[in-house]
Design a protein around this ligand. Structure first.
Ligand code: ADP
Length: 488
């Protein structure tokens, strides 16, 4: 669309003016595609994720289609949460700035008398949560006889929250589908919602906004509650349970990215890092290596990982809960792409829980909590975990142009890099030649921060032992052990 955009949708001048005040210069994709159908008087099913601009799709359309002088309420909007009800009411009031339409929100824990007084005025649009709306209908404080427009917003969320029966009860009190327009918005349309559409909508038009950031259908999202001082230990245990083909781990800071990578190095896992302090060409190389599967663990900050597209990424882990809600969408949207299934795991400390709730609100779905893996569960999958560790362990390359004999580090002897050497290594993203955990990968109580500034050097034998792969020197150790050398 051209810059005339909203005008081309056929909206009235006062509405265009209000949109301009709101800073809406061009319609979003969902607005371009859905508003004409709504204005045309169709029932519409809009499949689109949260944050795409759905509120204006129904808000602007309802304001254009209704006459505030007629008896109300003429429009009923159902929202899954009180916050959304309040937000939508606020948005509608802004859109209605230059017209006479009125709106009010009703929701649980709000003063019932205040709501009743508001409803006594000839309100055009009522927004509310299903429970409270139904209370008002039962008490006859909300009359449904004039409702010609019904909006069911965030229906998948309402279903997750167990509101669907209430929604059905409300719909049964409204004029029949032939006498009303029903608009349904949902990020996903599972069978139960499709059934609702068949039952309560008439010849609906479907508008499906493909999202390249959050394909909620195909991404399984869970979170684990963790203690702040055991995040890395739990990260390791989760990785061993998941054993992903490849995995992108997000942290909120460069420091955290470095710490995680150091931790992996100590465990003997090969990993790559991406953050703003890593030179651009090295970052590009790391992305390429990750994409090619040369290294299957990538630890990154949001900014550095922006725009990475790996078509078959199996797992995203939010080591830190993102502070910006959209980052959550961008992060988890790295997986489950191109029709593949994906998983997204978030580690949540007590301090983060409210942020997670806000993210749930933002993405429009509940993220279920999962139980951290127990020792017995890890013991059960030990053989598979060992195989995964082996597949992802640091590959030891023979050093070029250097004598290798006699350079092997004895199995229990650790050496710490000097700080400048370590800094150079981190900047260049050179993985340690060898590294390990002192005990088996899942039984170690990790000292998390104390040793972040040390990268000990271990032999290949150490790596295998530490991960429980070999009790005595194996062929692998015999062949490659001699290549492990001290780093000056
Ligand atoms: P949804 O209902 O899909 O969750 P919203 O309607 O709340 O999304 O819109 C998300 C954000 O985008 C809001 O902050 C809203 O003000 C803004 N927005 C919506 N449409 C436009 C537009 N055409 N131009 C600029 N900003 C917009």
């Amino acid at each position: 669309m051209s810059s005339a955009d909203f005008k081309e949708l056929g909206l009235s001048e006062p509405l265009l003016k209000a949109l301009k005040d709101m800073g809406f210069e061009h319609p979003t994709e969902v607005q371009i595609r859905a508003i004409p159908h709504v204005l045309n008087g169709n029932d519409v099913i809009v499949k689109s994720k949260t944050g795409t601009g759905k509120t204006a799709v129904f808000g602007i359309s309802l304001l254009q289609l209704t006459d505030p002088k007629e008896a109300g309420p003429q429009c009923l909007i159902l929202e899954p949460t009180r916050e959304l009800a309040v937000q939508v009411d606020k948005d509608l009031k802004q859109m209605a700035r230059y017209v006479e339409h009125t709106s009010t929100a009703v929701y649980g824990q709000h003063n019932m008398d205040t709501e009743i007084r508001a409803l006594e005025n000839n309100i055009t649009i009522v927004i509310g949560t299903p429970g409270r709306i139904y209370d008002h209908i039962q008490q006859d404080t909300l009359k449904t006889g004039n409702i010609r427009y019904l909006v069911l917003d965030e229906v998948d969320r309402m279903m997750d929250m167990g509101f669907i029966d209430q929604v059905r009860r409300i719909i049964r009190t409204l004029p029949v589908p032939e006498d009303r327009i029903t608009l349904l918005f949902s990020a996903t349309i599972p069978e139960e919602i499709a059934g609702l559409c068949r039952q309560y909508m008439k010849d609906p038009v479907s508008v499906d906004i493909e999202s390249d950031t959050l394909t909620v259908d195909s991404i399984e999202q869970i979170y684990y509650r963790v203690e702040p001082d055991e995040k890395r230990t739990q990260l390791n245990r989760i990785l061993l349970m998941e054993r992903p083909k490849n995995c992108l781990i997000f942290a909120n800071t460069k420091r955290a990215v470095n710490q995680i990578q150091n931790f992996f190095t100590r465990k003997g896992y090969a990993s790559l890092a991406l953050h703003g302090d890593i030179p651009q060409n090295r970052r590009l190389k790391n992305i390429e290596q990750f994409k090619k599967g040369e290294c299957n663990i990538l630890v990154a900050t949001d900014v550095a990982a922006r725009g990475i597209h790996v078509d078959d990424l199996a797992l995203v882990i939010n080591y830190d809960v993102p502070l910006d809600h959209d980052s959550y969408i961008h992060r988890v949207g790295r997986t489950g792409r191109a029709g593949n299934d994906g998983r997204a795991i978030t580690l949540v400390t007590g301090e983060d829980i409210m942020t997670l709730y806000a993210i749930e609100e933002h993405v429009g779905r509940l993220i279920p909590e999962a139980e951290l893996p127990a020792d017995e569960e890890l013991e059960e999958i030990r053989a598979e975990a060992d195989a995964w560790i082996k597949a992802n362990s640091i590959k030891i390359q023979p050093p070029k142009n250097k004598k290798t004999s006699g350079s092997r580090v004895s199995s229990n002897k650790k050496k710490t890099y000097s700080k400048p050497v370590q800094a150079r290594k981190e900047a260049a993203q050179i993985p340690d030649k060898a590294a390990p955990a002192a005990q088996s990968a899942w039984k170690t109580a990790e000292r998390q921060d104390a040793d972040d500034n040390e990268i000990p050097v271990y032999s290949a034998e150490d790596i295998l032992k530490a991960n429980g792969l070999s009790k005595k020197p194996s062929l692998f150790t015999r062949i490659f052990g001699k290549f492990v050398k001290k780093i000056e």
